[in-house]
Ligand binder design. Sequence first.
Ligand SMILES: Cc1ncc(COP(=O)(O)O)c(C=O)c1O
Length: 420
Amino acid sequence: MGSGGEWYLSDLANGIERSRILSIATQVKKMKAEGKLVTAFTFGDFSPEQFGVPQSFTEELTAAVKQNQTNYPPAAGLPELRESLSNWMIHKYGLNVGSEGIIVGSGARPVLFASFKLFLEPGEGLAHGVPAWNNHYYVHLNSAIDIAIQGDSESRFLPTADGIRARISEIRVLILNSPLNPTGTCFTANELGEICDVVLEENEKRRKVGKKPVMLVYDQVYSTMTAKGIEHVHPVQVRPDMFEFTITLDAISKSLTATGLRLGWMALPPKLAGPVIALIGHMGSWPARPVQQAAAVTYSDPIKLESYFEDLDSRISARMEILFKNFSNMKDAGFPVDFIPPQGGIYLSTRFNLFSALGVNTNEEIRLWLLNEAGIAVIPFQAFGLEEESGWFRISIGAVSVEEVSEAMIRLENALKIIH
Ligand SMILES: Cc1ncc(COP(=O)(O)O)c(C=O)c1O
């Protein structure tokens, strides 16, 4: 027995890992509180100062509270919200699950958790790309077999059809995320289509022998955040036959930069909806009624919503452009840095290949050097399951101003000059 509460707890509880991202974020907060100059490129969150929620959303929310909308909402979500979201999914992605196929939860997490519970038996294969956000925790929570499909800089760190094909017979649930956290990269229609073909071929084989199909959980929480010239693609747009095998996840946490207001949703074939509604009900993970009310109104006006997303994209790209320009210049000047051009979400993949310049062997040593010498806080790809010590890190712009980004780049270049 250990010194804590292990003896009292289940194996599942004892096996739960603490988030590595949160440990780094705590370290950064402490440094800032001590008055140190640090630019926090660490948070996957949006700071309300930089990225507030739309004012009309807050007004609807306040009005709903004033109207005493304080009782239980229906377990699947308010009917008007399910209707608005269903229409939005048709308008934006050509995905028609009807309002019966939309189930809301308090953020993307509960619907993500429910998606896995819907299909996975203990010991079945949960496949996910690497690097990626949080999947290894869900593997543990479902006692699943971990099927990690590793990407590399050539695939923009996205899993490929070939990588998935090599493990397809073991997979019961495949989760894909685009735009991808932590890399800020997106599937093209061609790449996603090829992956869908692998799933469809396998499912056709399984149908003939009466084996349960591969289900695709498509996490598109950053779908409305794309760089200029990049189109987010949905599996059903590229392969309509994927409809019956696809569970789509989305959330206002990212779309409306409302991480703390807690509303996400799942869009799935209506015939699968019943058990999810019961599961969300037992978990009690409904978004608050006033939040649902405000989201119902916001998502009922696609034109206004599109213009909000356009404005948000331009605020994201103002920050990304500074990063892009500075990293390009530093790379051209021969500094050992690299990056993958931003495509979507709020993330940039950056490489600090400082192993020989600093005489170190690990990403963690590079991270600490960046933190202490350049005042830049970044997250190594190890926090997203990529164990190799290759110098790749995630930069997030969710909590930084345009000025902070510019100043951080000057500090970085100055620090690099000293060791180069
Ligand atoms: C890819 C991805 N999916 C899901 C989530 C969870 O979103 P929520 O805060 O709505 O639970 C996050 C949060 O960072 C994410 O990055």
